[in-house]
Design a protein around this ligand. Structure first.
Ligand SMILES: Nc1nc2c(ncn2[C@@H]2O[C@H](COP(=O)(O)OP(=O)(O)OP(=O)(O)O)[C@@H](O)[C@H]2O)c(=O)[nH]1
Ligand SMILES: Nc1nc2c(ncn2[C@@H]2O[C@H](COP(=O)(O)OP(=O)(O)OP(=O)(O)O)[C@@H](O)[C@H]2O)c(=O)[nH]1
Ligand SMILES: [Mg+2]
Ligand SMILES: [Mg+2]
Lengths: 292, 277
């Protein structure tokens, strides 16, 4: 782990007495390697380590009796600051019923997250309605329907609806009819380079109001995360991030890269395949995790 | 990158950035940059791209991209697909079924994901699209038992190839690793070693965690190859160099889209060119 690696370095350095700038650079080199191994984007890792360097060549570290621990603490604080920004409340205001949309790359966990969010909201006194606009993936609607059924959540489908807009309008009518107050909209997965599909989402959000547009992101995402965020930002303007598969050993550096770049709040994290496995985001835990 | 004789720190950084952003990982990228610095010192050639192309190509050398290179004729063949959640296993199963059916094989798709919502329905649609036989068990049935019955049924029907789709699993879940190990063990009881391909499906957009996936699943599933999906995302999939270096696992196919024909045989030259140029 990071601490063991650094203890080895610092043991060697401590015997020298005071730290020199070269020593600090050696430490920062190791730090950058750790961040990159955690899938933090190349540029974000560079910015982070240069920020740590600015603080580390100051008195607090150079004359500290435990310089190693100080440097680690500084890095942790810098990461925590990037991740910790916005409040993490769900925004369900605006038109009634409120609409929440799940978007993201193929296989990131949107459909499962839709089900999880339904359970999460139901437990908090809401009456959610689940609807899928995914007409591309085989058995996509069936998957959401089964999740809804398992969790005893309302599910809407109109096989006659010919566009996502139409499906959502009909879902809204159904929700009003049944006094349901939140609509959770599952969409088909799409790549950040599939412009036609991104256009489809853009048209959808121009016609329908969504109080939340979540980018559902797999914690294993690598260096491409920054390009993914840039693309979804320009087509969809997400209001927040839901990070999935955090129960794996993926360090999740992609979330740091994206938040550093976009400032989006991370509202929730998926921690397993079951519908109750969703949690509030803890920036402290994520910072420690990224540092290995 | 460099046209002047003296290259400074900034130039090595650009090479390192290219490699890191291709998801090659910090250790391997550093190793390659160091090697190039040595090369430049001693030989001083100017075409870094040519050097990098040769270097990366050499990392993939000796890898056989074909499936069933030494399979025994007239005996049933099997492909097991494993990997973490959402990488594209079920889709790859459908694409492979279509591909091999067009090669004249009689294919059975076996739905060994008895857990996830609509997993069996999803594979069934692919079987219909590929026009091949489909075998499933009951909801929540033991995957090992489904595989046993599926292979027996395929053999009985005169099929030449079974493709086994398994549930997504995290390699940190010991129970799921044990489940996969059982599926592979059951398959090995019924299929000759020369006729079995155990394929790890990896997402091209994944970062260094894909290495940990390969590391854990390699002994459990006795992996013989990789399918790298979502290569149409323009992610470089450099992690396969790191995996190849450590486990000598060859990439067999690239997934390049969501359609049934979107599976292309791995071409090392094209793959390396995409990273370098
Ligand atoms: N371990 C783990 N698996 C998850 C999590 N969230 C989703 N999954 C799994 O990831 C896989 C993909 O989930 P889906 O919900 O189908 O993903 P999707 O984004 O809807 O996929 P597409 O609709 O094809 O784009 C499934 O096997 C899920 O069970 C999570 O938090 N942890
Ligand atoms: N763009 C693109 N999408 C792909 C590719 N391969 C699979 N997909 C998509 O990725 C998503 C997940 O595919 P699945 O086949 O369900 O993945 P899986 O590994 O079986 O998922 P689980 O069984 O839930 O673990 C689907 O939306 C597929 O259409 C590919 O090569 N390119
Ligand atoms: Mg889905
Ligand atoms: Mg599957």
């Amino acid at each position: 782990a990071l601490t063991d690696k650094f203890n080895a370095i610092f043991k060697k350095l401590r015997s020298k007495g005071k730290l020199s700038e070269e020593d600090v650079d050696a430490i920062l080199k190791e730090l950058r390697m750790v961040l990159l191994e955690s899938d933090v984007h190349y540029r974000v890792a560079k910015d982070l380590t240069s920020r740590v360097r600015e603080r580390a060549v100051g008195k607090e570290v150079m004359e500290s009796v435990t310089p190693g621990e100080m440097v680690i603490k500084i890095l942790w604080e810098e990461i925590r600051q990037i991740l910790g920004g916005e409040a993490r409340e769900l925004n369900l205001s605006g038109s009634f019923p409120a609409s929440v949309m799940m978007v993201g790359l193929q296989g990131s966990g949107k459909t499962t997250t839709c089900g999880k969010l339904g359970v999460y909201l139901k437990e908090r006194g809401f009456f959610p309605l689940l609807v899928s606009t995914d007409t591309r993936r085989p058995a996509a609607k069936e998957q959401l329907r089964i999740l809804a059924q398992t969790a005893k959540l309302e599910f809407f489908d109109d096989p006659q609806a010919s566009t996502p807009q139409e499906m959502i309008k009909k879902a809204r009518d159904y929700a009003r009819e049944k006094s349901l107050d939140v609509i959770l909209v599952d969409t088909a997965g799409r790549l950040h380079v599939e412009e036609e599909l991104l256009e489809e989402l853009k048209e959808l959000i121009e016609e329908e109001e969504f109080s939340e547009r979540f980018l559902v992101l797999d914690a294993t995402t690598g260096q491409e995360a920054v390009k993914v965020a840039q693309s979804f930002e320009s087509w969809v303007h997400p209001t927040g991030l839901i990070l999935t598969k955090v129960d794996t050993d993926a360090r999740g550096g992609a979330v740091l890269s994206i938040v550093a770049q976009t400032g989006w709040p991370v509202k929730l994290v998926g921690v397993g395949e079951k519908l109750n496995q969703i949690e509030v985001f803890h920036p402290d835990r994520m910072a420690s995790r990224i540092m290995g | 990158l460099w046209s002047k004789k003296e290259t400074g720190e900034k130039d090595w950084e650009e090479l390192e950035e290219l490699l890191i952003q291709a998801d090659m990982g910090p250790a391997l990228s550093l190793e390659i940059v160091e090697e190039f610095r040595e090369f430049k010192k001693s030989r001083g050639g100017d075409d870094w791209q040519e050097w990098l192309y040769q270097k990366l190509f050499s990392l993939l050398e000796g890898n056989d991209p074909s499936l069933f290179a030494s399979a025994k004729e007239g005996e049933l063949k099997a492909i097991i697909l494993s990997g973490v959640n959402g990488v594209g296993k079920t889709t790859a199963a459908g694409k492979l079924a279509y591909l091999f059916r067009n090669k004249g094989e009689k294919v059975s798709l076996i739905a060994a994901d008895t857990f996830r919502a609509a997993a069996m329905e999803q594979l069934e649609v692919w079987a219909q699209r590929a026009k091949c036989r489909y075998f499933r068990g009951t909801e929540g049935a033991d995957p090992g038992a489904v595989v046993f019955d599926g292979i027996s049924s395929a053999r009985h029907q005169g099929d030449t190839l079974v493709i086994i789709d398994t549930a997504g699993r995290s390699h940190v879940n010991k129970n799921l690793l044990a489940e996969l190990e059982k599926v592979v063990r059951v398959t090995k009881k019924l299929i000759l070693p020369s006729n079995l391909e155990s394929i790890l499906v990896i997402d091209a957009l994944a970062g260094q965690n894909a290495f940990l996936q390969a590391q854990s699943l390699f002994p459990v599933a006795d992996l013989s190859g990789i399918i790298l999906t979502k290569w149409d995302s323009q992610a470089k999939g450099g992690i396969v160099f790191r995996i190849g270096k450590e486990f000598h696992l060859p990439v067999k196919y690239l997934g390049v889209g969501e359609g049934i024909e979107d599976l292309v045989p791995f071409d090392a030259e094209e793959f390396v060119k995409t990273i370098v140029y």
